[in-house]
Design a protein around this ligand. Structure first.
Ligand SMILES: Nc1ncnc2c1ncn2[C@@H]1O[C@H](COP(=O)(O)OP(=O)(O)OP(=O)(O)O)[C@@H](O)[C@H]1O
Ligand SMILES: [Mg+2]
Length: 308
C-alpha cells in the first residue's frame, strides 16, 4: 500500500475562540490526487495553510516522508518541497512568465541575472508538463487567459522540485476547455510522482481527477475514501451532513446530539472489513448506520456551490 508523503494526525487549530480544525487527520500520497472537499467554512483553506506553515498547528502531529517535522512558517514547508497555488495565484501581471516562475528565486551568473538559463528551465518545465497553450515564456502574465495563468502558477510550483502541490480551487474561474487543461495538468503532476492536493467545490472535477477524497465537515474529517469506492451522491452527503451510510462522523460529532465537541468516536472497535475504504488510524468513527432514512442536511449546510 502506498505510504503517505504527508500525514497530519489529530490536528487542532483555533483562531481565538473559533475552533476551526478539530482532531483532523489528513494524508497525501505520492503519485495521487487527493481531493479535499467540504462546504464553505469547513476548514479546507485553514488546513492547507497549516500544511503550508502559514498557520502553525495548535496541537497534533505533522509527518513528512515518514518523519515528524515542524512546520511553523512557509519556508519550513517550502524546504520540504510543499508548494501551494492559491486561488488568487499571486502572479505579477506586469512580469512575464519566466519572471513569475522565478520570482524571489532568480538565478544569477555572478552579479547578473541569468536570463537565458531561467528561460530554458521555464521552457523545459512547461514542456515537461506538456503545456502547449503558452506560446512564449516572455509573454506578460497580464495577457494570459485564466487557465494559462493557472498553468504558470502550477508550473512554478513544479519547477522547485516540489513533492506536494496544493491547489486551492484551481478551476473555479475557468471555462470548460480551460478546466480540462488544468485537470489534465493535475493528472500529469500526479503521474510524475507528486502528491497533489486539490481543493474543489466542483464534484465533476473531483470525480474525474481524484484518486482519493477527503471530506471535511465543520472542521472535522468526515472521511477519507478512494475515488473508486464512492459516488457523487455520497460525496455530497458527506459534505452536507458529515456522513453517508457507513462512512463519516458519529452523530455526536456532527452536532446532532447537541455536543459538537464530543470525543471522537475513532478507535479500535471498528469491525474488520466494515470500512475498508477508510485507512487504519484515521479519526473516522465507526458509524452505526441509522435504521431510518438518510438524514436531511442541517440548516447550516445548504450550499448552492455543491451541485446536487
Ligand atoms: N484567520 C482567521 N481568523 C479567524 N477565523 C478564521 C480565520 N481563517 C479562517 N477562519 C474561520 O475558519 C473557518 C474555516 O474557514 P476556511 O477558510 O478554512 O474554510 P474553507 O473550507 O476554505 O471555505 P471555502 O470553501 O468558503 O473557501 C471559517 O469559519 C472561517 O471564518
Ligand atoms: Mg477556502
Amino acid at each position: 500500500m502506498t505510504e503517505p508523503i504527508l500525514s497530519l494526525r489529530q490536528v487542532n487549530k483555533s483562531f481565538g475562540p473559533a475552533h476551526v480544525l478539530k482532531d483532523v487527520d489528513f494524508n497525501a500520497y505520492p503519485g495521487e490526487v487527493m481531493a479535499l472537499v467540504g462546504d464553505n467554512g469547513a476548514g479546507k483553506s485553514t488546513l492547507t495553510k497549516c500544511i503550508g506553515g502559514i498557520h502553525p498547528i495548535d496541537s497534533g502531529s505533522y509527518e513528512f516522508d515518514g518523519r515528524p517535522v515542524r512546520v511553523h512558517e512557509p519556508r519550513d514547508a517550502s524546504a520540504l518541497g510543499i508548494e501551494i497555488v492559491y486561488q488568487d495565484l499571486a502572479l505579477c501581471d506586469n512580469l512575464d512568465i519566466v519572471q513569475n516562475m522565478f520570482l524571489g528565486r532568480e538565478e544569477r551568473s555572478g552579479m547578473v541575472l541569468d536570463r537565458a538559463s531561467m528561460e530554458e528551465r521555464a521552457l523545459q518545465t512547461l514542456a515537461g508538463l506538456s503545456v502547449r497553450t503558452v506560446t512564449s515564456v516572455r509573454q506578460r502574465v497580464a495577457s494570459l487567459s485564466g487557465g494559462q495563468r493557472q498553468t504558470v502558477a502550477i508550473a512554478r510550483a513544479v519547477l522547485w522540485n516540489s513533492k506536494v502541490v496544493i491547489l486551492d480551487e484551481p478551476t473555479a474561474a475557468l471555462g470548460v476547455a480551460q478546466t480540462k487543461q488544468v485537470l489534465d495538468l493535475v493528472r500529469r503532476l500526479a503521474d510524475a510522482g507528486l502528491a497533489v492536493i486539490l481543493i474543489s467545490h466542483n464534484m465533476n472535477d473531483v470525480l474525474s481527477v481524484a484518486d482519493r477524497i477527503s471530506a471535511l465537515y465543520l472542521g472535522r474529517m468526515a472521511a477519507e475514501v478512494r475515488r473508486a469506492d464512492i459516488d457523487h451522491t455520497r460525496i455530497v452527503e458527506l459534505i452536507t451532513t458529515g456522513r453517508s451510510g457507513d462512512l463519516g462522523l458519529a452523530p455526536e460529532q456532527t452536532g446532532e446530539t447537541g455536543d459538537p465537541d464530543a470525543t471522537p468516536a475513532a478507535g479500535g472497535s471498528d469491525p474488520a472489513g466494515e470500512a475498508d475504504a477508510i485507512r487504519p488510524g484515521d479519526a473516522i468513527g465507526p458509524v452505526v448506520e441509522p435504521a431510518g432514512p438518510a438524514e436531511t442536511p442541517t440548516a447550516t449546510d445548504t450550499d448552492d456551490e455543491v451541485p446536487a
